[in-house]
Write a protein that binds this ligand. Sequence first.
Ligand code: PLP
Length: 323
Amino acid sequence: MSERKFRSRRVPSPGVFLLMDEAKTRARAAGVTVIDLSIGASDLPPPPEALEALKVSVDDPTTHSYCLKSGTMPLLEAATEWYCARYNMQLDPATEALSLIGAQEGLAHALMAVADPGDGILMTDIAYPSYFGAVQVAGLVPLYMPLGHDFLPLLEQVPAADLARARVMLLNYPNNPTSAVAPRAFFQDAVDLCRQHKILLIHDNPYIDLVFGTEPSPSPLCLPGGRDCVLELFSFAKSYHLGGFRLGFALGNHEAVASLEALKAPIDFNQYKGIMRMGVACLKLPQEVVRRDALVWQRRAEAMGGALQREGVEVRLPTAGAT
Ligand SMILES: Cc1ncc(COP(=O)(O)O)c(C=O)c1O
């Protein structure tokens, strides 16, 4: 790959999702029945309210043109209201929120927007595969934090040199692939550390609704000091089964939001308005709807874990449906 003439050193090798897609296509062409566990795509239906919002939008000519910032405001207002209802923190939709074409897009662009090539990023070496590509594209140097048995980084063991080099700390709890959930106290320690060392804490939070317990998943943004150093990324793919529609949003520190917005300006013109209206419809749904779906994942995990245990396999049951 690296010998190719028209290829930057920052372009990653084809990731696991592309490789598996090719393998699945080959297997299917050869008549093999594939049970596809290669990507965490939901098989539950999106909320009917969201599908209806899209159907109506397609026939509405005001949705057909480019969508600039003002066109994203209904989604950003719904997102900040949703956040306030959950975490009791009022954010400014114009300066502390940004629409994304999925959390993955948001993360890759955020890394480019808030750090320079050669800067360090504190992260874990067990992580969602796309993180490694996004770090390479941004030209950052991964600084792996030691992990405890609960799959949380041991923040007090991060070397001083790494703290000095890092511009970003990347966390993801509920975590893919470990399903670990981080308690509020851990997030507070991470916020305090990042503030002290002028590091932006990016919390990729697509699995916020998929915790199996009754306690809501904590959010670092609303903790003391969070507004100064946290950018949090949310997705419609997991809570609302809209992975293919490509929609998410970022909430958090206004400088990080402004940098991300400025970086994205020459790259994209936001998602289609009809899809953003789907997002608004989702954010207005009662929380019981997403809790009901989280229970579906929990029952499936218990059934799978139980079956494996009956076969003598030692299994630690997951604490969230993060895949
Ligand atoms: C940790 C993590 N972040 C981001 C994503 C992708 O989110 P989106 O579909 O909003 O880009 C996934 C999808 O599996 C994920 O596991």
